[in-house]
Design a protein around this ligand. Structure first.
Ligand SMILES: [Fe+2]
Length: 357
């Protein structure tokens, strides 16, 4: 398998920030929690004993959400319900997997507040801590999935940097830069194409085509995923991971909290992650976005259309170094516009309130 993500021992905070976070370069840290109690939870058997009764949320994958939303759009029935979420425990989920090994259900996005036992077993890495005067937006979540499960290509809507620590088990990961988004047929923060099911040479050819990163992340290793990057996971074992989400600058926070999701904006935001590199072109792009956002509209959906046009105009001059071909057929635009309108309504965007950045 073609693998191209560097592995390193924990570097100093300064080296991590300068060489990886600000350069937006994925890396695997091999010893992040060495010597800490979390590193002892390194197998399914230990997890059963130590975390067996810990509560988790079991849910359908986001694919199901998309299916329901699109069905709602096609039938103009907007009463579709969010994906099913149920409370269980680690042992409850594992027992369910034993009965139904092919289940697509995963324990996903289990919040900090529910996972005290895991939270008490590690200290937040210095890399995640804010600089002086910066907001501390650290948060974490737990994931537990069965062998064979996968997470389709998507990027995260909070626009934060992410560490994913594998407590135990292996996962294949593919990461793709926002500069390649057009090769993935983006719909919202999901892609209409996915490498799921590709094997061997076919898979590696896909990763090379999208100039992606690929690795198998194993027990005790921590993957750094730069903010905004597309990510795809395949569970090679039944495995558990902790994601640590951290650090956004004021520009990124404003764009995450106030603007609708779209790959053009993803590409724009990607250029703002390195605050030290922000120059005149960045400020021009940001001023255009703010001005468009501050323009009053009676109808949030009309404003969404106006914002979309603004994104695309900015993208055309600000993201010239990105892949420029557009593989999406024009008819996909209809679906994208409809999805944007649902998002705006569901997220109550563009209704006059400006959330502080
Ligand atoms: Fe994600």
């Amino acid at each position: 398998m073609y693998e191209n993500i560097e592995r390193i021992k924990s570097p100093s905070r300064e080296v991590f920030i300068n060489e990886y976070l600000l350069k937006q370069k994925p890396v695997i840290i091999t010893d992040l929690f060495e010597g800490q109690p979390i590193s002892q939870i390194s197998s399914l058997e230990v997890a059963r004993k130590q975390l067996g009764e810990m509560p988790v949320i079991v849910q359908e994958g986001h694919e199901e959400y998309f299916v329901r939303m699109l069905r709602g759009l096609l039938t103009s029935d907007f009463s579709f319900v969010d994906i099913g979420k149920e409370k269980s425990t680690v042992n409850g989920y594992l027992a369910m997997v034993e009965k139904d090994p092919n289940t697509r259900l995963v324990c996903a996005e289990v919040p900090r507040s529910m996972i005290d036992k895991v939270e008490a077993s590690y200290s937040i890495p210095d890399y995640c801590k804010p600089d002086a005067g910066e907001l501390d937006e650290y948060t974490s979540m737990l994931w537990l999935g069965n062998v064979g499960n996968y997470t389709h290509l998507h990027y995260d809507a909070d626009y934060k940097n992410i560490f994913q620590y594998q407590l135990w088990g292996a996962k294949r990961v593919v990461l793709v830069s926002p500069s390649e988004s057009r090769k993935l047929l983006p719909l919202r923060n999901n892609s209409a194409s996915s490498p799921e099911g590709l094997k061997g040479e076919d898979n590696d050819a896909f990763v090379r085509y999208v100039n992606g990163y690929q690795a198998v992340v194993r027990t005790g290793e921590t993957l750094f995923m730069p903010a905004m990057m597309w990510h795809y996971f395949e569970y090679l074992d039944t495995s558990m991971a902790l994601t640590m989400r951290f650090r956004r600058n004021k520009y990124v926070r404003f764009m995450s909290e106030n603007l609708h999701i779209d790959y053009h904006l993803q590409g724009i935001v990607f250029k703002f992650i390195n605050e030290r590199a922000i120059g005149a072109e960045h400020l021009k792009a940001y001023a255009e976005l703010e001005a468009a956002f501050d323009k009053p509209f009676d109808n949030p959906s009309e404003k969404g259309k106006y914002m979309q046009d603004t994104y695309e105009r900015i993208y055309s001059w600000f993201c010239k170094d990105y892949f420029q071909g557009d593989l999406a057929r024009p008819f996909l635009r209809e679906i994208k516009d409809a999805i944007r309108n649902v998002d705006i309504l569901a997220g109550q965007l563009y209704s006059g309130e400006r959330r502080a950045a």
